[in-house]
Every structure is written in structure tokens, then in C-alpha cells.
Design a protein around this ligand. Structure first.
Ligand SMILES: Nc1nc2c(c(=O)[nH]1)N[C@H]1C(S)=C(S)[C@@H](COP(=O)(O)O)O[C@H]1N2
Ligand SMILES: [Mo]
Length: 320
């Protein structure tokens, strides 16, 4: 693979996102929302960006009180206007570009080491799954963080539905691939489509979550609509967006970032404040939408639930 350019993670976050770009984008988005409301009122005209999501009626869903937080929920606008979604660009202001993604119809293929391969329509899948809301911390490897109310279902439920065979050791996920919609995918130095993976033990852990909504609504497109992973004890790049394929396998998947830079973005990528990234500290994090910095927590604060998964893993870099 010919890498002509470093990912933006190669530079400190401060430089990657000049504040004026952020502010202008927010003003633009606010203007768009106003225009949408105007056009939609009484005239029977619905601009594309105001199209109703067919799953909207499912939300909000009941909050699961087992998953609470030590911090305030991040402001919705702050979280919705600062995203990593390289399919739409290697910067944070991809929210309006991501609206080009067509999320219906949307089919998720389940294949590999399963009793019966399946093609699931997203709305059928949603009707089968026990939806709930969970408050989780999210920690990007770039040292920004947020706390958000995800809606969706427990990953162990999806594993049950898939019916993996006894040989399956890993789950591999793949994002859509359509450069005509996602112009970032025209950047051929990236190994598209985005791929991620986890062990079966991780996939069946109670914290592993499949998100289909956020802030009491269907996922906005920039969050990875209509279906994404959420692995809150790992760096954010493990939480793959806009999934179209889930494959059960006995081979450890090589993820998108691992393929680009294995020395910096490993398979495990568990959060650990005392293991620095090759080029910056992971000791603390910036909370989106605030000026606050917090000390980063081991396993992002989920040590009790997940540390046991790694007790028998030896000779591996668990925290990068
Ligand atoms: N398909 C895909 N999934 C992805 C990414 C991406 O670029 N493409 N970025 C990852 C990274 S680095 C992070 S931090 C989170 C960001 O999620 P958010 O934008 O919803 O906060 O998504 C992850 N999932
Ligand atoms: Mo990230």
C-alpha cells in the first residue's frame, strides 16, 4: 500500500481542527436547520436533509439504569458537529457531508462461521431486538472524549441471532463502500472499506453495544447511521460506523487503522492512561463541548466489567 499522507491523527488535535473552521460549520448547520423548517412548513416540500427516518417512532427507548455516568452528558450539538468518519473526510466537520449517505434500504449481511448466513433489513432487525438506552463514556485515541446516551441493543443479542459455530473466534465488521457518496473513499491511500474486529469474548461481554440511536432519536448520519458498534472501554476507532457486513471467523481481522499504522493502532486498543500513544500522552482527555480536562481512566472506567477478558492474553500490546 502506498501511503502518501499521514492521517490527521499524526498531528496534535489542536492543529488538526482550527477553531474557526468549527465555528463556521456550526453557523452553517444552524442556518440549514432553519431553512429546512421553513421549506417543510405547509408547502409539502421536504428537502433531502429533513427526510424523516422510518425508525424515528421507535425512540426514545427506556434507559437501562445499570449504565450510569460520573459526568454530564455531552451537549448534543457539540457531539454532532465534531466527528471522526473518514469516509467523508479526514477532519472533524463531516456532519453535513455525511447527510449524503442513503440509509434506506439498508441491509446487514451476517456470514462466515454461522449456522445460516442471513441478509437482514435494518428495520426488520430493529423490530427483533430489545432496544434500550445506555449512558457511556467515549474516548477517542486523539484524547478527546464525550459522554452520550446511545440507543440500541446488546451485542450478545446480535451474536445469539447470528448463531456462530463453535469454531468462530472473532467477529469482523465492515462499513459500506461507495466513493460516489463518500468522497473520502476516493482517497486511495486508505484501505477501504473500514474494517474492525473483536474476539467472541469481547462481543459477548455485556458492555459491547450495537447503537442504532443517540440522544433519544435514530442515529444522525454523522454518528454512523443506521447501525454502528460501541465498545466503550476501547479507543473510539474500534467502534465502527455504518455497518453492512458482520462476519464470524477463526482468523483475527486486521482493522483499517491497524493496516495503516500497526505500531500506533493495534488490535486491542484498550484505553489506558499510562500507556502513551507513540506521539502523545493518553493521561488526560478533553471533554467535547466544554473546557474541561479529565484524567483518563483504565479501560475508560470499565475495568470491573472487562479486565478479566485480558487476563490470559500474553505477549500482546493490549493498550495501543
Ligand atoms: N466507518 C468508520 N467508523 C468509525 C470511524 C471512521 O472514520 N469510519 N472513526 C472512528 C473513530 S476514530 C471514532 S473516535 C469514532 C467517532 O464516533 P463519533 O463521531 O460518533 O463521535 O468513530 C469510529 N468509527
Ligand atoms: Mo477516534
Amino acid at each position: 500500500m502506498n501511503i502518501r499522507r499521514k492521517p490527521s491523527w499524526a498531528i496534535p488535535e489542536r492543529e488538526a481542527t482550527p477553531e474557526h473552521v468549527f465555528l463556521n460549520r456550526r453557523r452553517f448547520l444552524t442556518g440549514m436547520a432553519g431553512a429546512g423548517a421553513l421549506l417543510g412548513s405547509g408547502l409539502g416540500i421536504r428537502p433531502a436533509f429533513a427526510e424523516a427516518d422510518p425508525s424515528a417512532g421507535l425512540y426514545p427507548v427506556k434507559r437501562n439504569p445499570a449504565f450510569t455516568l460520573d459526568r454530564d452528558i455531552t451537549d448534543e450539538t457539540a457531539a454532532s458537529t465534531y466527528n471522526n468518519f473518514y469516509e467523508f473526510g479526514s477532519h472533524k466537520q463531516i456532519a453535513s457531508l455525511a447527510q449524503r449517505l442513503d440509509i434506506r434500504p439498508w441491509t446487514v449481511t451476517i456470514d462466515g462461521m454461522v449456522d445460516t448466513p442471513q441478509q437482514l433489513d435494518i428495520d426488520d432487525l430493529l423490530s427483533k431486538m430489545p432496544l434500550e438506552e445506555r449512558l457511556y463514556r467515549h474516548r477517542c485515541v486523539e484524547a478527546w472524549a464525550m459522554a452520550v446516551p446511545w440507543s440500541g441493543f446488546a451485542m450478545p443479542e446480535l451474536v445469539k441471532l447470528a448463531g456462530p459455530t463453535a469454531d468462530a473466534k472473532y467477529v469482523r465488521f465492515e462499513t459500506f463502500h461507495d466513493p460516489s457518496v463518500a468522497s473520502g473513499q476516493k482517497q486511495s491511500w486508505y484501505p477501504w472499506p473500514y474494517v474492525e474486529g473483536m474476539t467472541m469474548d469481547e462481543a459477548t461481554n455485556e458492555l459491547a453495544f450495537v447503537a442504532t440511536g443517540i440522544y433519544g432519536k435514530p442515529l444522525a448520519k454523522q454518528f454512523g447511521a443506521p447501525i454502528r458498534m460501541v465498545m466503550p472501554w476501547k479507543y473510539g476507532f474500534k467502534s465502527i460506523k455504518s455497518i453492512v457486513r458482520i462476519t464470524f471467523t477463526d482468523k483475527r481481522p486486521v482493522s483499517f487503522w491497524e493496516e495503516i499504522q500497526p505500531k500506533e493502532y493495534g488490535f486491542w486498543a484498550n484505553v489506558n492512561p499510562s500507556v502513551p500513544h507513540a506521539r502523545w500522552s493518553q493521561a488526560s482527555e478533553r471533554l467535547l463541548g466544554t473546557d474541561e480536562r479529565r484524567n483518563t481512566m483504565l479501560y475508560n472506567g470499565y475495568e470491573e466489567q472487562v479486565a478479566h477478558l485480558y487476563q490470559n492474553v500474553t505477549g500482546e500490546l493490549l493498550f495501543m
